[in-house]
Ligand binder design. Structure first.
Ligand code: UDP
Length: 326
C-alpha cells in the first residue's frame, strides 16, 4: 500500500511516518517545510510542495500511485489563528479542498485527517465524547471543523471515505531520540516548560490564572505522539478494510492543569522551572479532556505511553540531546 503523508515532516507526521514504515507501508511525504524538518524524514521519499499549489498537487497524484492519504499539514496554533484567521482558512481549508480535488480526480478515496479537540469549544460535559456539540472558541478549531464538514459532504457526494482523528494535546518524543518536537517559535506548554528547565528561556508564562478550574489554570489532556502514531495506523487499517467513515477522539482521558504540568516537569527533570503569571490567551477553553472510549472500542486503540511523567521524560530527553532542535 502506498500512503501519501501530507505534513509528514512535521512533529506528529514524522512519528507516524516512522510507524507506517515499520508496519510495511510504502510512504511518500509531501511537505512545504514551513514547520517540517528534512532530518525528521531522512531517507524517506519526499516531495516539497504546498497544498495551496494546485498544479504541484496534480503532478504528485499523476506521478505516483497513491492508495490513501494521511493529512497532517496545517497551521495549528490557537493564539496565532485568532490574529490571522485568513491564513488559517487558506492553508487549512483551501489547502485541504485542493488536496481532496486532486485525490478524487485520480480515484483516491481514502483519507485519515488530523482534526483537533479545538472543534468542541468550551465543554458542556466532561470527558468529551465525539457526539458533544462542536462550537469552536478559536479560528484554528473552526478551520478543522470546516474540513470535517467538507469530508462529510464529499463522502455523500463522491464516495470519499475518511477518518477524522480529533487529537487532544500531543507531546513527548520517540525514545529512539532522533526525532522530536521542534517548532520555531515554540509555544506549546510541555516543550516551553522543558526549555525553561534547561535554562534556554528564563521562565514559563502561565497564560491565565483565573479560569474556573481547581487551581485557576487551564486543564488539558496530554497524549504521547507515539500513541497518536499508533492510532493513525489503526485508523488507516480500519478505513482501508471496512471502508467506513468515522470520527474519533484521541486523548488519555486524564486532565492536568498548567501548574500540575510544571510541577511534574520539575520532579521529572530535577530542575526548577521559573514561572510568571500572565493574561489568558484568546481562544483558549478552560478544560479539554477526552473520552477516547470509541477509539478503544472500534479501533482497539489504547494509549500505552501517555502517563504525564513518560510524556515529559521523553520530551526532556529529546530537548536535552537537541537543545537547538534539529
Ligand atoms: N500555556 C501556558 N504557557 C505557555 C504555553 C501554553 O500557560 O507558554 C497553556 C495554554 O494557555 C493552554 C495549555 O498551556 O491552556 C496548553 O497549551 P498548548 O499551546 O500547549 O496547546 P493547545 O491547548 O493550545 O493546543
Amino acid at each position: 500500500m502506498n500512503i501519501l503523508v501530507c505534513g509528514g515532516a512535521g512533529y506528529i507526521g514524522s512519528h507516524t511516518v516512522r510507524r507506517l514504515i515499520k508496519e510495511g507501508y510504502e510512504v511518500l511525504v509531501l511537505d512545504n517545510l514551513c514547520n517540517g524538518h528534512m532530518s525528521a524524514i531522512a531517507g524517506i521519499p519526499f516531495v516539497n510542495a504546498d497544498l495551496c499549489d494546485q498544479s504541484a498537487l496534480k503532478q504528485v497524484f499523476h506521478d505516483h500511485k497513491i492508495d490513501a492519504v494521511i493529512h497532517f499539514a496545517a497551521y495549528a496554533l490557537v493564539g496565532e489563528s485568532m490574529g490571522q484567521p485568513d491564513i488559517y482558512y487558506r492553508n487549512n481549508v483551501v489547502g485541504t479542498l485542493n488536496l481532496l480535488e486532486s485525490m478524487l480526480s485520480t480515484g483516491v478515496k481514502h483519507m485519515v485527517f488530523s482534526s483537533t479537540a479545538a472543534v468542541y469549544g468550551d465543554p458542556l460535559q466532561l470527558p468529551i465524547s465525539e457526539d458533544h456539540r462542536t462550537v469552536p472558541t478559536n479560528a484554528y478549531g473552526a478551520t478543522k471543523l470546516a474540513v470535517e464538514e467538507m469530508l462529510r459532504w464529499f463522502g455523500q457526494a463522491f464516495g470519499l471515505k475518511y477518518t477524522s482523528l480529533r487529537f487532544f494535546n500531543a507531546a513527548g518524543a520517540d525514545p529512539a531520540g532522533d526525532i522530536g518536537e521542534d517548532h520555531d517559535p515554540e509555544t506549546h506548554l510541555i516543550p516551553v516548560v522543558i526549555k525553561a528547565a534547561l535554562g534556554l528561556i528564563p521562565h514559563v508564562k502561565i497564560l491565565g490564572t483565573d479560569y474556573l478550574t481547581r487551581d485557576g489554570t487551564c486543564i488539558r489532556d496530554y497524549i504521547h505522539v507515539l500513541d497518536l502514531a499508533d492510532a493513525h495506523v489503526l485508523a488507516l487499517k480500519m478505513l482501508l478494510g471496512e471502508g467506513r467513515s468515522a470520527v474519533y477522539n484521541l486523548g488519555s482521558g486524564e486532565g492536568y492543569s498548567v501548574r500540575e504540568v510544571i510541577k511534574t516537569a520539575e520532579e521529572v527533570t530535577g530542575r526548577m522551572v521559573r514561572t510568571i503569571e500572565g493574561d489568558r490567551r484568546m481562544g483558549d477553553p478552560a478544560v479539554l479532556v477526552a473520552s477516547a472510549e470509541k477509539a478503544e472500542r472500534e479501533l482497539g486503540w489504547k494509549p500505552e505511553c501517555s502517563r504525564l511523567e513518560t510524556l515529559i521524560y521523553t520530551a526532556w530527553e529529546w530537548h536535552r540531546e537537541n537543545p537547538g532542535g534539529y
